[in-house]
Design a protein around this ligand. Structure first.
Ligand code: PGA
Ligand code: ZN
Length: 419
């Protein structure tokens, strides 16, 4: 049993300088926990709804109403009451909100309350946060995930220079977190130098720290990534592979055609293009290769990619158990991108994870493009034994906070000082 004695919230700023929500909870055993919440830009339509103020300042992006909802109705429902589990807390939050998409109190307010309760519970039990997350799932066994790290970015994270959102590098599963990061550092620096020379400019860095040189077409992201890996002294497809987040929902038009780098492709042509890329490059996964509404073509894409490359669903499934069930039924994908703020509570995200696991899917635990220096996501990836973690690039403290947390857990195995 855990009894919150107070719950407070503050509007803070994320890695884009936009407001987000931080929550602070005290409990009857004297412990205090804080948490802060991320926010996406390349969002899926089916995501739970963040509450934004729609007033100045911050061009409408303020989170003061969400903060007030934590300080007011959520605190009233939670403080002074004993809870036996995360599920009990989360179902109370959902009941209090009463909407399907969490739009009344705000998914940002609800997630902050759900997660701060998790951290307070871990402190109450005297266990690391990843251990607490592991105990939420049946047979939970903490494990370090494989890194998938942004190298090049386009799409919504880089002014749409090219259509594809991200090309990522994925060290082979045999590499430790420490060795993976050292390898990526070499590749990233090599890529920055090579693209600097080729495009005669210092590359812009995108929202998640990926390099965004003035590519003319998305294929150049893959070509340059492959070249950079080899030039950095690694064997492509052996030491390190590639992955992509196509984020196709963000360049599909109403008629269902994909506007990619000056061309208009039918869904069938888009699938052909992805299959061509799969043939040319060692791609571990292709995320959102088609749009979130293109349910008819996802199963065709999944069949076409076969078992060699994971068909990874992000905007399609939005960590939403109903959408994941549908995707499993029609065999639209075989891997889930898990973002807790897409659904809004830990318990619902856990249900999403369980569905994916039952279907034999792989799971990639993902940050958002708007992040904070909080590192709970690293604990989540460990506690829920994510096959992959996707945090962005290896620059910017909001990304490094998560990698550093993985490094510390990898080194010590158990981190009581860093709950
Ligand atoms: P977002 O993008 O956090 O901006 O939504 C991340 C992704 O599409 O995976
Ligand atoms: Zn995505």
């Amino acid at each position: 049993m855990i009894k919150p004695t107070y719950l407070h919230a503050v509007e803070i700023l994320d890695s884009r300088g936009r407001p987000t929500v931080s929550a602070i909870m005290g409990t009857s055993d004297g412990s205090v926990a804080t948490v802060s919440i991320p926010s996406g830009a390349s969002t899926g339509k089916a995501e739970a709804k963040e509450l934004r103020d729609n007033l100045q300042p911050y061009r409408g992006l303020g989170c003061r109403k969400a903060v007030e909802n934590i300080r007011g109705p959520i605190a009233q429902a939670v403080v002074g009451r004993e809870f036996s589990s995360q599920a009990e807390l989360d179902s109370n939050l959902n009941e209090l909100d009463g909407t399907a998409d969490k739009s009344r109190l705000g998914a940002n307010a609800i997630l902050a309350a759900s997660l701060v309760f998790a951290r307070a519970s871990a402190a109450h039990q005297g266990i690391p946060l990843y251990q607490y997350f592991a105990r939420l799932v049946p047979n939970g066994a903490p494990a370090l995930p494989r890194l998938s790290i942004n190298l090049f970015s386009g799409g919504k994270h880089a002014f749409g220079q090219v259509a594809v959102q991200d090309v990522l590098v994925v060290p082979s599963s045999g590499w430790s977190v420490a060795a993976s990061l050292a390898m990526i550092y070499e590749i990233y620096q090599t890529a920055a130098e090579m693209t600097g020379k080729r495009y005669r400019t210092r590359a812009l860095t995108a929202d998640e720290g990926g390099l965004a040189p003035p590519f003319r077409a998305s294929i150049e992201m893959l070509e340059q990534a492959a070249e950079s890996i080899e030039a950095a002294g690694f064997k492509l497809g052996h030491d390190v592979s590639l992955a992509m987040d196509v984020a196709a929902s963000h360049f599909v038009r109403e008629d269902g055609r994909y506007w990619i780098d000056g061309e208009q492709l039918s869904p069938e042509e888009m699938i052909d293009l992805l299959a061509l890329w799969q043939e040319r490059f060692p791609l571990v996964s292709i995320e959102d290769g088609l749009s979130e509404d293109d349910w008819d073509h996802w199963p065709i894409l999944r069949a076409r990619l076969g078992d060699g490359t994971l068909t990874l669903a992000d905007d399609l499934t939005c960590t939403n158990p109903d959408r994941i069930s549908r995707a499993i039924r029609v065999e639209a994908a075989n891997a889930l991108l898990l973002k807790v703020n897409q659904i809004g509570t830990l318990t619902e995200a856990k249900n999403a994870l369980a569905l994916a696991r039952q279907a034999g899917w792989k799971v990639s635990v993902s940050a958002r493009s708007g992040e904070t220096e909080d590192h709970w996501l690293a604990d989540l990836a460990i506690g829920w034994s994510g096959d992959f973690i996707k945090v962005g690039s290896i620059t910017q403290s909001e990304r490094l906070a998560k990698y550093n947390r993985l490094l510390m857990v990898e080194d010590t195995g158990d981190l009581r000082v860093c709950l």
